[in-house]
Design a protein around this ligand. Structure first.
Ligand SMILES: [Zn+2]
Length: 308
């Protein structure tokens, strides 16, 4: 099922709040201050809607506390729509488009909402490594950024930024903005995100020989010789290449250019959708729900302006 714009949660604030509460607290509210499951609702005109009070620590909270939506003035109906639109979009949505489709007063608000949602799409550091015994992990790097049509004669080409991606065939992936493409960086990133019991697949770039040694086995496709799949059909990095194609199309098509400062968040957005793609049986609504659940606990890692 794709996103139905008529869904009541996109129009009724109470329905939207109920949706966010259901995702965050499937078994009833949990106090973000002390972890207690005993709370009561503070109703009536003296309290803002959705406010709860913990019966144990007496702290007050609502569903947005401690999430990327904390202290936002944007209605929850619009947050719900933004999460769903970003979940359903294959190519990514520009802040301009979000501003228009959510009927937001300012571009700045749309921009910060999109970045907060991207933050919710980031893979937690404790999510473990991909691959493992009997699994194949493809690894490759690419460069993004650098808008060619703005390059005038005599001016240097804009800086391109390196992105490294590791994809387990038939499984999950990790994508990281890396400072450079050197044997040292590649080895370090591989060690952090891929299980050494995996079979590694790379192209025949110079770093790959050393990086491959620490894995159970290493397949090499000889790109330098124009080969895209090895003769036995096993060695290729076409899965990771198809991810890069989606990422690049998205970045140039929807975002035109991306500054280095924010690149990892865009990369996270595309990696998240890949990891929750429809061919794994994950539909748009479930993908949006996974993003909403990822919104918890991200507040502390992302300094946010008060205006949004
Ligand atoms: Zn409490």
């Amino acid at each position: 099922m794709s996103v139905d714009p008529r869904d009541p949660m996109f129009h009724n604030e109470d329905k939207a709040r109920a949706y966010f509460e259901e995702q965050r607290w499937p078994n009833g509210p949990v106090c973000p201050h002390c972890g207690s499951k005993h709370a009561h609702r503070l109703e009536g005109k003296a309290h803002r809607a959705g406010l709860l009070q913990c019966n144990d620590c007496l702290g007050q909270y609502s569903v947005t506390l401690g999430t990327v939506m904390e202290s936002s003035h944007v209605p929850l109906t619009k947050w719900a729509l933004a999460f769903h639109k970003m979940a359903a979009s294959k190519k990514g949505i520009s802040a301009k488009q979000i501003q228009r489709e959510l009927d937001l007063g300012s571009y700045r608000t749309a921009w910060f909402m999109a970045h907060r949602i991207r933050e919710a799409m980031g893979i937690p550091n404790d999510d473990g490594k991909i691959g493992g015994s009997g699994k194949t992990v493809e690894s490759d790097e690419t460069f993004v950024g650098g808008k060619k049509k703005n390059v005038h004669r005599g001016k240097p080409e804009p800086k391109k930024h390196a992105v490294m991606a590791l994809v387990e065939r038939g499984g999950k992936m990790r994508a990281k903005h890396v400072p450079n493409v050197t044997a040292k960086t590649i080895k370090k990133t591989l060690a952090k995100h891929a299980d050494k019991a995996s079979v590694l697949m790379t192209d025949d770039s110079t770093w790959s020989r050393t990086a491959g040694k620490s894995f159970a086995d290493h397949g090499v496709v000889k790109h330098s010789l124009g080969e895209y799949v090895s003769k036995d059909g096993i060695a290729h990095i076409q899965t990771v290449e198809s991810f890069f194609a989606i990422l690049k199309r998205g970045i140039t098509g929807s975002f035109h250019s991306v500054s280095e400062k924010h690149l990892q968040r865009y990369v996270d957005e595309f990696a998240f959708r890949w990891n929750a793609r429809s061919s794994l049986g994950i539909e748009d609504a479930e993908r949006a729900a996974q993003m909403v659940r990822g919104a918890e606990g991200k507040r502390l890692t992302y300094r946010q302006p008060d205006q949004v």
